[in-house]
Design a protein around this ligand. Structure first.
Ligand code: ADP
Ligand code: MG
Length: 658
C-alpha cells in the first residue's frame, strides 16, 4: 500500500501535533510520508527529543537546563526509547541515557521522560493498529464474510524489539475489528526469504497461467473468426433454401406454412402443448380480440422422465396424452373439443400447418419409431388409444415459431424467433420467392432454420475444440447438431466439465485429483455456469457450489473454474450472435434497405437466466450486422401462447375456406 504517505493530502492534520510538524520541517522530505513520520522507528526518538526539549525550555525538566546533545537532531534514537521503556531496568536505563546526553536528571525527571517515551510509542502502535484495522475490514468485506480469520505477517525492528509495542498493537487491532480473528506472525528470516518465495510462487503461477491460457485459447474467438462463422452460416442458409442443394443441406430451412404474424383479430379458446427439450407444458389459452384484446393463460408443467424420452414412441405419446388428460381434468374441461396447437421443439418437415414429419430427434430425446413419422398422426393415435376425449389438432408449431408469434402479437416488427434453452434454434419470415421448394412467389412464410445442425458437414470444425468433440462423442447423436452443442443449455455445462477434467489431469486444478463426481456425465449443469458467473457471487460461494458437486476446491481453483465457465458461455453467446447476424443481414438484403429495424422474439432459460449470455449475444449481433438495429424481445409467456395464436389464425383461415 505504501501507507506511509497517508496524510500527505492533509487527512491527518487534525491529529498531527506541533512536534510532528517540527520533525517534518527538519526532515529530508518535508510534507511527505506524514503517517510514517508518526509511527516509524526512524522518527520516534526524534519526536521524544523534541518533546523533552520543549519541556526543558518550559522548566518542566532538568531544572530548565538543556544540553548541547539534547539540542542536537537525531541524538535520541529508537533503541534509546526502547531501552527507557524496558520493564524493570527501564528507569535505570533512562537515567544512564540522559546522563550520556549530558543532562542531570532527577528521579522525577526520569519517570517523566519514561512517560513521554510511552506516549510516543503507544501513539505509534495505536495509529498502526487503526490503519491495519481498515485493511482487515476491507478484506473481510471483499470476501463477504461476517467473521474472518486471518494472519498478519510482520517484520521490523520496532515491532520485534520494543518491549510493549507488539502487545499494544495486537490489543488495539482486536478492539477495533472484533469481527476478525487475527493472528500475528513474526517473519523470522526477514523479507529476503519472502522475496525468494514471491519469486517461486510467481513462477509457479506463471507456469500455471500459461497452461490455462493455452487450454482456453481455442475458446476465444476473434472478430475475424466470428465474421467467418457469420458468412458460413449465410452460405448454409442459402443452401437450405435452394431446390438443388436442399436435400443435402445441413441447415434444413424447413417451411412451416405459417404465412403471417397475428393481426389482433384472433379470438377464442385454445389448447396448446409445448414439448421442449426438458419439460412438457399443457396450456389453456383464451384470446380476446378487438379493443380490449387480451390473452389469458392457464398452464401446468409436467416433467418427462428420462425413460420416456428414450423409450418407445408409443410410450412417449401415451405419456403426453396422459398429461393432457390430467390437465383437462384439472381445468374441468374434459368434454370440450378445443382446437389445439402443438409446439414441438424438434425438426419437422411440414407439408401443411397440421402435418409434421420428425426429421430426427435432438437434445435429450431418442424415443423409437418416431423419426420419419408424422407427429400429429402419432398424437391423434395416442388420443384414439386412450379413447377418453377428442381434440382438434390444428397446427404443429416449432418452438421458435411459437416464440416469434408470441412476440409478434405485441410487436408487428417481430419477424425472427430465437431459442436459447436446452437447444438452440432460430426461425424467421422469408420471402416466398426465395423458398424454392414451396409453390408460389407471393408473400412470406416462416422458415424454421434448424440451425443447430450448422457445422454437421464439418464447415466449423476449425473452431471445434477437443472438448467439443468429447461432448459430441458422449451425446445421444454423435456428429449431429454441432453448432447446437457449442451454444445451448444442454451442453455448456458438459463442455465445462470436460475442460475441468483436462485441467485436473494437467495438475492445474483440485490438486490434480479427479474426483468420482467430476467423472459423472451431466453433473455440471448449465445452471451452475449461471450461478458461478454471477457478478454478485463471492469466491466462497463458488466454492460452496463446487463443494455440492463433490469438488473440493481452493480459492484459486474457484477462480479458475469461474474463468472456464466464462469462456465457454461467452463463446456460446458469440457464436449464437454470429449466426443471428447472418439472419438479420439476410432480412435486410431481402428488403433492400440500407438500414433494417427488426425485432427478435427470444425464449429459453439460458438466454433468460444466464448473467451475461444475452448481453454478449446482442453485442456480437451489433458488431457483425452494423446496418441492422435489432431489438430483442423476451417472450414472457413462452411459445405456448404462440402456438395458440397460430392455431387461431389457422382456424380463422380454415373457416373462411382458404
Ligand atoms: P426448453 O429449451 O427445453 O424448452 P428451457 O428454455 O427452459 O426449456 O431451457 C431449459 C434448459 O436451460 C435446461 O436444459 C438447462 O440446460 C438450461 N438452464 C436451466 N437453468 C439454467 C440457468 N439458471 N442458467 C442457464 N441455463 C439454464
Ligand atoms: Mg422451450
Amino acid at each position: 500500500t505504501e501507507w506511509g504517505a497517508f496524510g500527505d493530502d492533509g487527512a491527518l492534520d487534525d491529529l498531527r501535533t506541533e512536534f510532528d510538524r517540527e520533525l517534518d520541517l527538519g526532515s529530508l522530505n518535508p510534507g511527505k510520508q506524514l503517517f510514517e513520520k508518526m509511527i516509524g522507528s526512524l522518527y520516534l526518538g526524534e519526536l521524544v527529543r523534541l518533546i523533552l526539549l520543549k519541556m526543558t525550555k518550559e522548566g518542566l525538566l532538568f531544572n530548565g537546563k538543556a544540553s548541547t546533545a539534547l539540542l542536537t537532531k537525531g541524538k535520541i534514537e529508537m533503541k534509546h526509547v526502547s531501552a527507557m521503556e524496558k520493564y524493570k531496568e527501564g528507569l535505570s536505563n533512562t537515567k544512564e541515557i540522559l546522563t550520556e546526553l549530558n543532562l542531570f536528571p532527577s528521579e522525577e525527571d526520569c519517570v517523566a521522560v519514561q512517560h513521554v517515551c510511552t506516549i510516543v510509542s503507544f501513539r505509534s502502535a495505536n495509529l498502526c493498529a487503526a490503519a491495519l484495522a481498515a485493511i482487515l475490514t476491507r478484506l473481510r468485506e471483499n470476501k463477504k464474510l461476517l467473521r474472518m480469520r486471518t494472519t498478519v505477517g510482520i517484520d521490523g525492528g520496532l515491532y520485534k524489539t520494543h518491549p510493549q509495542y507488539a502487545k499494544r498493537l495486537h490489543k488495539v487491532v482486536r478492539r477495533l475489528v472484533p469481527t476478525c480473528d487475527v493472528r500475528f506472525l513474526l517473519s523470522l528470516s526477514g523479507s529476503g526469504k519472502g522475496a525468494a518465495m514471491v519469486t517461486a510462487v510467481a513462477r509457479r503461477l506463471a507456469a500455471q497461467r500459461s497452461h490455462i491460457d493455452a487450454t482456453l485459447a481455442p475458446f476465444l474467438l476473434s472478430l475475424e473468426t466470428l465474421t467467418e462463422v457469420r458468412n458460413k452460416m449465410r452460405t448454409e442458409l442459402e443452401y437450405g433454401l435452394k431446390r438443388e442443394t436442399q436435400a443435402n443441406a445441413t441447415v434444413k430451412m424447413l417451411p412451416t406454412y405459417v404465412r403471417g404474424t397475428p393481426d389482433g383479430t384472433e379470438k377464442g379458446k385454445f389448447l396448446a402443448l409445448d414439448l421442449g427439450g426438458t419439460n412438457f407444458r399443457v396450456l389453456l389459452v383464451k384470446i380476446k380480440s378487438g379493443r380490449r384484446r387480451s390473452v389469458q393463460m392457464y398452464n401446468k408443467i409436467f416433467a418427462i422422465p428420462l425413460e420416456i424420452m428414450q423409450g418407445t414412441g408409443e410410450e412417449l405419446f401415451d405419456h403426453i396424452v396422459q398429461c393432457i388428460a390430467d390437465f383437462l381434468e384439472y381445468m374441468g374441461i374434459k368434454g370440450a373439443r378445443l382446437p389445439l396447437g402443438f409446439t414441438f421443439s424438434f425438426p419437422c418437415r411440414q407439408a401443411s400447418i397440421d402435418k409434421g414429419t420428425l426429421v430426427g430427434w435432438t437434445k435429450g430425446f431418442k424415443a423409437t419409431d418416431c423419426e420419419g413419422e408424422d407427429v400429429v398422426d402419432m398424437l391423434r393415435e395416442a388420443i384414439r388409444r386412450r379413447n377418453e376425449f377428442d381434440l382438434d389438432i390444428v397446427a404443429v408449431v416449432n418452438d421458435t415459431v411459437g416464440t416469434m408469434m408470441t412476440c409478434g402479437y405485441e410487436d408487428p416488427n417481430c419477424e425472427i424467433g430465437l431459442i436459447a434453452g436446452t437447444g438452440s434454434n432460430v426461425c424467421y419470415m422469408e420471402d416466398m420467392k426465395n423458398i424454392e421448394i414451396v409453390e408460389g412467389n407471393e408473400g412470406k412464410m416462416c422458415i424454421n432454420t434448424e440451425w443447430g445442425a450448422f457445422g454437421d458437414n464439418g464447415c466449423i470444425d476449425n473452431i471445434r475444440t477437443k472438448y467439443d468433440k468429447e461432448v459430441d462423442e458422449g451425446s445421444l447423436n454423435p456428429g449431429k447438431q454441432r453448432y447446437e452443442k457449442m451454444t445451448s443449455g444442454m451442453y455448456l455445462g458438459e463442455i465445462v466439465r470436460q475442460i475441468l477434467i483436462d485441467l485436473t489431469k494437467q495438475g492445474l486444478l483440485f490438486r490434480g485429483h479427479i474426483s468420482e463426481s467430476l467423472m459423472k456425465r451431466g453433473i455440471f449443469e448449465t445452471k451452475f455456469l449461471s450461478q458461478i458467473e454471477s457478478d454478485q457471487l463471492a469466491l466462497l460461494q463458488v466454492r460452496r457450489i463446487l463443494q455440492q458437486l463433490g469438488l473440493d476446491s481452493t480459492c484459486e481453483d474457484s477462480i479458475i473454474v469461474k474463468e472456464v465457465c466464462g469462456v465457454v458461455s461467452q463463446r456460446a453467446a458469440q457464436l449464437c450472435g454470429a449466426g443471428l447476424a447472418a439472419i438479420v443481414e439476410k432480412k435486410r438484403e431481402n428488403r433492400g434497405v440500407e438500414r433494417l429495424q427488426i425485432t427478435v422474439g427470444v425464449d429459453g432459460t439460458l438466454y433468460k437466466l444466464h448473467p451475461h449470455f444475452s448481453r454478449v449475444l446482442q453485442e456480437t449481433v451489433k458488431e457483425l450486422a452494423p446496418q441492422c438495429d435489432v431489438t430483442f424481445m423476451l417472450s414472457e409467456d413462452g411459445s405456448g401462447k404462440g402456438a395458440a395464436l397460430i392455431t387461431a389464425v389457422a382456424k380463422r383461415l380454415h373457416n373462411v375456406g382458404q
